[in-house]
Design a protein around this ligand. Sequence first.
Ligand code: UTP
Length: 298
Amino acid sequence: MQKVRKAVIPVAGLGTRFLPATKSMPKEMLPVVDRPVVQYAVDEAFEAGIEHIVFVTGRNKAVIEDYFDLHPELIGTLEQTGKKTQLEALESMLPVAGATSFIRQQSPQGLGHAVWCAREVIGDEPFALLLPDMVSFGGRGCLAETMDLYRQTGGNVIAVERCDPSETSKYGIVGRGTEAGSGFEVTAMVEKPAPANAPSNYYINGRYILQPEIFSLLGNQQRGAGNEIQLTDAMVRLSKSQSFYAQPFNGRMFDCGSKEGFIEATIAFALARNDMKGPVLEMLQAFVRSHERQEVAA
Ligand code: UTP
C-alpha cells in the first residue's frame, strides 16, 4: 500500500455564500477566533502525517500564499518589543520551506476541476484532499482518522458524519455497506438526494483519500450540478473499478463556508480555550437572557 504523502487544499472558489465579505477577502482567510480558516486545515494535514500541501489558488487569493510566508517586519517588531511567546507561536505555524506548492485554477469551474489542476504536482500516488472551509473540531482531527482507515483498507476513503435524515438534500450522501476496519464499505454516492431517495444519512464532510486514477476521470468529466465539474461525479465513476470506504468522524466538522457554521465554529473554538471559555460563556448566557426578555416583552 502506497503511503499518503501529499494533500490538496483547494482555495480558488468564489465564496458567494459569504458575500460581500468575500468580494476582496478569500473566505479561507476569515478568522475563527484568531486563526484563519485555512490554518486549521493545514495544521490538521501536517498532524496527520502529510509532508507536502498543494494549494489550488485563483485570482484574489494571493493573500493566502503570503500568509504562509515569513513576515520580516512583524518578526522584527515582536523581537524588539519582547513578545517572545507570540513570535514562537507564529514561527511554529509556518510550514517547513519547500513543503507547500501553489498552483493556479484560472477560473473556478468546480471542485472536481480544482482537484484536477493538482495532477502534475501529485503525480502517480494516493493523496489527501481537505476542503478548508470545513473545519475539524474534536477527536484526533478528521484527516488522522481517515488515514487510519486507509491504512486498514487501502483504496479510496471518505470521511463522513450523520445529518438529520430530513436534511440529506444539503449534502453528498453515501450508502452504508458491510463493516470494514473502523469504518464501512461505500455502496453508493449521491449528490444532494431528497430524503426519500437518500441511501443513508451519512454525508461526506470534506476529507478524502483518493487514488491518482481520479485525475484521468476528472480530465474528461462532463459538467454536472451548477454547470461545474463535480468531484462526486468522478468518484462515482471511479467506484466502478475501485473500492471506496467511509470513516465516521469521531469529532465534528463545522461548515465555515456558511454563516451559521462559521458562527458555530467561532463559539465552539472559543469555548474550547481556557483563556476564553469563562468570559465567552458569560457573554452568551447574557445574550440568551436578554433575548428571552425581549421575546416575552414583544
Ligand atoms: P465550495 O463550493 O464550498 O466553495 O468549495 P465556493 O464555491 O467558494 O463557495 P460558495 O458556495 O460560492 O459560497 C469547497 C472548497 O473548494 C474550493 C473552495 O475555495 C473551497 O475551499 N473550490 C471550489 C475551488 O478551489 N475551485 C472551485 O472551482 C470551487
